[in-house]
Ligand binder design. Structure first.
Ligand SMILES: [Zn+2]
Length: 308
């Protein structure tokens, strides 16, 4: 396809073994590989004397023990959460019990999506823990610091409404580290799935990263990548082309989500069809907001679509 992206699918790691990626940055990969999590969820330890953890990962005693082991006796004082997808936060209770740390993240949020894709009692999907309340509620620009580390939170909604990226305050002049969570990863595009995922927010959050000058990113899944602003721009172009392709499908007579998925994602792994369908829905919601299409309301997988 003309809008094919170059994905980085090589990743050097070993489950349970900490890997130093930069001064004051260590990564552990949780053993929860899947088509959505790649090799597994990345957990980062930042700092030198006292430590913060970014994303506890899934509930897995071996992963929790590996985090504590990687701290090597240094206190873990803070646990930061990029977003409340379960593969990032289900390990939180065990890690709290093991460390006594305080927690920080966005906290509760309202769903703004109009897409009728709701499965939970509050409209959420089963992938999200919306009951979580951090000790410190972070917003865009919030600064959090320990003895040997500090980060600034960057609100990057789109993958989820509560999604935060973290910029590590530099310890070396030429290295500006970003933890973009699941917002921008190098191994694959981020899932933008309503009702938590919202395309308009996601695109705006790509522009947020494009305006920054971070030198390296350590994402929620997969290996690190350089020049995050350039990667964000490539993904923005990709999404705009995808948006045009979907609109062209509708103009060509495709009037349902399955019909569009069949045309856009030829040869897709069957396991990924539901995710692709949600991604198309996210694009459709964005097109509806811009008045480019009309649907048999409310927008859902079975809506009858028309170009305006
Ligand atoms: Zn996620």
């Amino acid at each position: 396809m003309a809008d094919a992206l170059m994905f980085k699918t090589v990743m050097e790691f070993e489950y349970g073994v900490p890997r130093q990626l930069a001064p004051g940055v260590v990564r552990l990969v949780a053993n929860n590989p899947s088509p959505f999590t790649f090799k597994g969820t990345n957990t980062y330890l930042i700092g030198t004397d006292t430590l913060a953890v970014i994303d506890p990962g899934p509930r897995d005693p071996a992963h929790c023990a590996a985090i504590v082991r990687a701290a090597a006796g240094r206190p873990i004082t803070h646990i930061l959460v990029t977003h409340t997808h379960r593969d990032h936060v289900d390990g939180l209770p065990d890690l709290l019990a093991a460390t006594g740390a305080v927690t920080a993240g966005y906290g509760s949020y309202e769903l703004t999506s109009t897409v009728a894709a709701r499965t939970g009692p509050g409209g959420e999907s089963a992938h999200t823990d919306r009951t979580w309340k951090p000790d410190f509620e972070l917003r865009d620009g919030s600064v959090l610091a320990g003895d040997s580390w500090a980060v600034t939170a960057i609100h990057t909604p789109g993958h989820t409404p509560d999604h935060l990226s973290f910029a590590l305050h530099p310890t070396h002049a030429d290295t500006r580290v970003l933890f973009p969570g699941d917002h921008v990863m190098a191994w694959n595009t981020s899932v933008v799935a309503p009702p938590e995922g919202r395309m308009a927010d996601y695109l705006a959050s790509l522009e947020t990263l494009m305006a920054r000058d971070d030198t390296v990113a350590f994402p929620g899944h997969g290996g690190q990548y350089e020049t995050p602003a350039r990667v964000a721009k490539a993904y923005l172009i990709h999404r705009r082309m995808r948006d045009t392709a979907i609109l062209d499908c509708i103009k060509g007579g495709a009037s349902s989500v399955p019909a569009i998925v069949a045309q856009i994602y030829r040869g897709l792994d069957e396991r990924l069809v539901p995710a692709a369908s949600m991604s198309v829905l996210a694009h459709l919601e964005h097109q509806l907001e811009r008045g480019l299409i009309s649907v048999s309301a409310p927008l859902s997988q079975t809506s009858d679509l028309r170009a305006v």
